[in-house]
Design a protein around this ligand. Structure first.
Ligand code: SF4
Length: 208
């Protein structure tokens, strides 16, 4: 009777044949000529992009525009949020710190832009006075759709410690629609990042 075949996988040699620990074999990539960047670009534009277009086109035909295009837009939008680069009061310092090396908000694809025409999220990071209210509304209206607003800190949320002051708007939702509120006076950069992640959840579920 022959011995049963072993089902154990063959063990892989630790050191490649012909190589020793002192003189290891060269990596396989080393001998191959580098592919010039221009060739990669040609390949991308000639083969990958048409293939991707065709695949997306047939998916749309199969499943319908809203089921395919909306999730793609939501995915792209939530991973590349561009907040308006501005600051209103002390919360703006926390906003600025969130983009420094320690918290690195840009790893979430959040990149502040200085023109409202390139932004899709307004982070209201401080006390809103009636004097600045019409400027804030103008900036909001200059942002293209779809757009979102985050009220960062107690002042933006409801006036904060200055709620009863004659000059302070008791919450930025009196001026523009707010999607996410972040509590704190001031909220730390981690709280701002948490607010961004909450907004990403809202965008993921967006249907219109
Ligand atoms: S919430 Fe506090 S920290 Fe933020 S702007 Fe108002 S007073 Fe300043």
């Amino acid at each position: 009777m022959s011995a049963p075949a072993s089902s154990a996988p063959a063990t892989r040699p630790v050191v490649p044949p012909g190589a020793t620990l002192e003189s290891p074999a060269p990596l396989p990539m080393v001998d191959q000529p580098a592919v010039p960047f221009i060739e990669i670009e040609t390949l991308r534009s000639k083969e990958f992009i048409p293939a991707a277009k065709e695949a997306l086109g047939s998916l749309i035909v199969e499943q319908g525009q809203t089921k395919v295009v909306r999730p793609v837009f939501n995915w792209a939008g939530r991973n590349s949020l561009f907040p308006l680069h501005w600051g209103l009061a002390c919360c703006a310092i926390e906003f600025a710190a969130a983009f420094g090396a320690r918290w690195d908000a840009e790893r979430f694809g959040v990149v502040p832009r200085s023109s409202p025409r390139q932004c899709d999220v307004m982070i209201v990071n401080g006390t809103v006075t009636w004097k600045v209210a019409h400027k804030l509304i103008t900036l909001y209206e200059q942002m293209p759709e779809p757009k979102w607003v985050i009220a960062m800190g107690n002042c933006a949320t409801g006036g904060g410690p200055f709620r009863t002051a004659y000059s302070v708007v008791p919450g930025v939702d009196k001026l523009v629609p707010v999607d996410v509120y972040i509590a704190g006076c001031p909220p730390r950069p981690e709280a701002m990042l948490d607010g961004i992640l909450e907004l990403e959840k809202l965008i993921r579920e967006r249907k219109e």
